[in-house]
Design a protein around this ligand. Sequence first.
Ligand code: PLP
Length: 396
Amino acid sequence: MIELNNSFKNLNKNYLFVEIENRRKNCRRNDIINLGVGDTVRPLFRSAYFGYRQGAKGQGNVKTYKGYPPDFGYDFFIDSVVDRYSRLGVKMEGEEITVNDGAKTDLFLMMPLFKGVTALIHNPSYPAYLDQNLAFANEVRFISANRENNFLPLPDEIDDDLKGKSLLIYICSPDNPTGATYTFDDLKKWVDYAIKTQSVIVFDGAYVDYVRGNYPKSIFQIKGAENVAIEICSLSKGANFTNLRLGFTAIKKQFMLKGVSVLNTFKRLKSIQANGVSFANQLAGAMAISEEGEKEIFKNTNYYLQNAQIIARALKGLGVYYTGGVNSPYIFASCPKGLNSFDTFDILLNDYGIVVTPGSGFNFGGENYIRLTGFTQQKSAYRSIKRLKSFYEKYS
Ligand code: PLP
């Protein structure tokens, strides 16, 4: 008899953001400010909207109608991604890119791609890494990202019994939830470690559009990464594509495991799992990540960064410890003494009308923190200041 995969018993009943949404729905207030789920709130910018509209219009005409898209992406989109990499000083070939409908889908594909995995996951981190590995019954080990290491753990902090073992190493930089961003030198340490131990790095670039200053925007800017890394990118947070759904994955041709091409295996897997992404989405995306579009990405991400800064300044004024908000739209802030993450979440929601994300939702390393997001309207960021002030003054 067929049974359900019992690995799901090891997962929390609800995915974190479903749990938050359920609690929000149960709150009767009608003045809620949402600084919780990291969802974009601004419309598509002009070039992307124009691309999307043009692409959609074509579907309404027999002469321009398109059926199934190519499995790995339309040439114009792939070219646009290759150009974007070349502006970062990375030489990428079109066949090394595959399109996806958002980063989460390809993160998930890491599960059937590999076998015998021990995943190394930052604690705290984006919850899908842990959930996906648990669902596939992989061994999961954590590496602590904490105040002492500036939320940027390095390979020498890996548990002794794991040292030398080949691992599936998750790196998200800038990070969700902490906003911590690796320097070139520190990312090189991870790449060197992966080379030495025949590990694989899954580099999650969901927030690279928020990088300001001299930090890597792609792991392929680091020498040696071409032999150990898979980079998964998204247009969700930089170009407001959370609804449209679009991203891409880059794997270099030379990346082999036991003599087998990782790229070819991934492509074979993708062609089993997906049937491509719509023409309209890819046209919108190609416009968004073009050289012109990138200026709009910059303006768009600045808006969210400014919101994060409005919140950060308020916390600073209150003497509350926080990190993030510089290369990232997220602020990771301490809870008042004596309140854990979910206590703080519930009080902020019910008594102050602010939705945040409990830090412990990003695993136990996030306990006693909350994540606040700049993904909101500017007036809401300003409105939140007074409420945060009353809350922290009352509970500190
Ligand atoms: N990776 C990280 C770190 C994220 O925070 C998110 C979304 O919040 C994703 C991936 C998923 O992004 P997408 O919308 O492209 O699926």
